[in-house]
Design a protein around this ligand. Structure first.
Ligand SMILES: *[C@@H]1O[C@H](CO)[C@@H](O)[C@H](O)[C@H]1NC(C)=O
Length: 184
C-alpha cells in the first residue's frame, strides 16, 4: 500500500470511530452540519450542532426536518432580537432621538427576518425550497441595513444588537445550506 491511500484509510477509520461514538440523532445532526460546512464554508459547525442538537424536533429528523428546525431556530433568534430592541427602546434613560430611530429600523429588520424564517419554515414544510434558499441572502441585506444605519450616523451599533444580527445571520446561513442539501 502506498503512503497516500494509507493516510486516507486512517482518516476514514478515525471518522468512522467518531461517528460510531455518537448516538443516532446526534450523528444525523453532526453529519448534516458537516455536509453543510462542506457545501458552504461560512456555516459555523459549532453553532449548527449546538442549535440543532438541542432542539426537540431534531432526534429522528432527516435533512428536510433539520432544515425546518433551522428555520424554527431562526424564528426564535430573530424574535429574541426584536424583544432586545424593545428593551433598549424602553430603557431609562431613553436613547436619544437619532438612536431611537436607528433602533426602530433594526427592530423592523429583525421583525422582517422573523417573517422570512417563518415563511421559509412553511415553504420547506410544503417541500418548496425557494424561501429556504433565499433566507441567507435576505438576512445579509437586512442585517446590513440595521448596522449600516448606525455606521452612516457615525455611531457604534449597540453590541447586543450587533451580536443578535450576527447570530441571526449564522442561523440563516445554516438554514440555506441545509435546504440546499435536500434531495427533492
Ligand atoms: C415557493 O416559495 C416562494 C418563496 O416563498 C414563493 O414565492 C412561491 O410562490 C412558492 N411556490 C409555490 C409553488 O408554492
Amino acid at each position: 500500500m502506498s503512503r497516500q491511500p494509507r493516510a486516507l484509510v486512517v482518516v476514514a477509520a478515525a471518522l468512522a470511530a467518531l461517528v460510531g461514538a455518537m448516538s443516532g440523532a446526534d450523528a444525523t445532526v453532526e453529519a448534516t452540519c458537516m455536509a453543510a460546512v462542506e457545501s458552504d464554508q461560512r456555516v459555523n459547525f459549532g453553532v449548527c450542532t449546538s442549535e440543532l442538537g438541542k432542539h426537540r424536533d431534531s432526534p429522528d429528523a432527516d435533512t428536510w426536518g433539520l432544515a425546518k428546525v433551522a428555520a424554527n431556530v431562526g424564528v426564535s433568534s430573530a424574535g429574541g432580537a426584536v424583544n432586545d430592541v424593545d428593551a433598549l427602546l424602553a430603557a431609562r434613560p431613553p436613547p436619544d432621538a437619532k438612536e431611537a430611530e436607528l433602533l426602530r429600523r433594526c427592530r423592523k429588520v429583525f421583525f422582517d427576518m422573523e417573517l422570512a424564517f417563518a415563511g421559509a419554515y412553511d415553504e420547506i414544510n410544503a417541500r418548496n425550497y425557494t424561501a429556504g434558499k433565499l433566507v441567507a441572502a435576505e438576512g445579509a441585506n437586512l442585517v446590513r441595513r440595521c448596522g449600516g444605519g448606525f455606521a452612516d450616523a457615525g455611531l457604534l451599533t449597540p453590541p447586543l444588537i450587533e451580536q443578535r444580527g450576527a447570530y441571526a445571520m449564522e442561523i440563516a446561513t445554516i438554514c440555506t445550506a441545509i435546504t440546499n442539501l435536500i434531495k427533492p
